[in-house]
Design a protein. Structure first.
Length: 379
């Protein structure tokens, strides 16, 4: 196919047609600067049409309550065994102090995820421990939105306690979880997962848990860990699965959806050596992340209108640039970040609101604070 064909694909996308998987792969494989520029322009136009010019941000705080984890994902520099140097597990007082600090600093969201710690149980059960995490925060700060526990954590609780996913998700929702992070998706391709995260849930289970969450009224985000061993075909396969999942939620009339797509380019600086050697570099290639982000906008935008780059992974300058390649949201203040920072990311662990606003304003675009579900906050 020639550049003319790229134009034809982009023209169809601009009038609202969905790009096919073959077309998506074709776009991703472009190396001609003119073709790449046309992809960027199209992604930016679609962003304007689907999400507007205003760039949103959220005031939130991460709480990673433990890094003790039973699994050994090949990209993970965060996990520790119990007793290792650097292993930690926050107690209830520390969790409350962090929550209080978040509220004091204007956060509307706490994003809480942790390692799969086999000792994290109450009376020999996992679910009561997780419910206590939720209740500890929600009893003190009922107004805060708790964006918590990945599909991998849901499966961990269900496995340890011998429960169905539906029961775990419903219990977490009823205790006060407001939405589920669509993390642990990595690349939704079992061939990639066997190398990257062989102990993690497989593709089908990730999709099942997210879809169950939508059915039960719990919104989710969606993510993709890009730029390691995956091929363009596998990247598009991932986007296709997200698009289908969202179509199912909409067509079945489920009360919840995927609220956003977040691209997470791989940072390998402190990753375990075998994967690091195989990938062959420590920091993401910005140009690859920008092109993939643009193709993700073109591929998903009709169905998932909000797209967010990761300033932790790309740095603030890279994330700001991504706002001209199809993204409409710059993410959160985070207040602390461990998982990617321990992997060697250079983007930092915390952003002031004014810094995010200045980055957005540097593009001549308006900014607006939002909540987790993309409702406007303040004036
Ligand atoms: S990515 Fe998550 S599940 Fe995998 S080893 Fe790290 S903490 Fe554990």
């Amino acid at each position: 196919m020639k550049l003319k064909t790229v134009d034809a694909i982009l023209d169809r996308a601009l009038i609202g047609c969905d790009v096919s998987p073959e077309e998506g792969v074709f776009l991703l494989k472009q190396t001609d600067p003119k073709a790449i520029a046309a992809i960027q322009i199209t992604a930016d136009k679609l962003r304007h049409a689907q999400a507007g010019d205003t760039v949103t941000y959220i005031i939130n705080r991460n709480i990673n309550f433990t890094n003790i984890c039973e699994q050994h994902c090949s990209f993970c520099a965060f996990r520790r065994d119990d007793g290792d140097t650097g292993a930690y597990w926050l107690d209830w007082t520390q969790i409350l102090e962090k929550s209080q600090d978040a509220v004091k600093r204007g956060a509307t969201e706490i994003c809480m995820q942790g390692g799969l710690n086999p000792q994290a149980q109450i009376n020999g059960k996992s679910l009561p421990y997780y419910l206590k995490l939720v209740e500890t925060i929600k009893q003190e700060f009922p107004q805060i939105h708790l964006h918590a526990f990945s599909p991998q954590e849901v499966q961990f609780i269900a496995r340890v306690d011998g429960l169905e996913y539906v029961d775990v998700i419903a219990a977490l929702r009823d205790a006060g979880v407001g939405s589920m992070p669509g993390t642990a998706a990595e690349v939704l391709d079992d061939e990639v997962r066997r190398v990257l995260c062989p102990e993690k849930i497989n593709t089908a289970t990730w999709l099942e848990i997210i879809s169950t969450s939508h059915r039960l009224g719990l919104h989710t985000t969606s993510t993709m860990l890009s730029g390691h061993i995956e091929t363009p075909e596998q990247q598009i396969g991932h986007l296709e699965k997200l698009r289908s999942l969202q179509k199912t939620a909409i067509n079945q009339g489920y009360p919840a959806r995927i609220t956003e797509f977040i691209l997470l380019p791989f940072v390998g600086q402190e990753a375990p050596k075998s994967l690091r050697r195989r990938v062959g570099r420590d920091q993401p290639i910005l140009a690859d992340a920008l092109l993939l982000g643009a193709v993700a906008r073109i591929y998903l935008g009709n169905w998932i209108p909000n797209h967010q780059p990761s300033w932790v992974k790309l740095g603030l300058a890279g994330a700001t640039e991504a706002l001209t390649w199809g993204c409409n949201d710059i993410g959160g203040t985070l207040m602390e970040e461990h998982i990617t920072t321990m992997a060697g990311a250079l983007g930092g662990t915390c952003m002031e609101v004014e810094t995010l606003q200045a980055a957005i304003a540097s593009l001549g675009r308006p900014y607006q604070q939002r909540d987790t579900l993309y409702q406007k906050v303040g004036s």
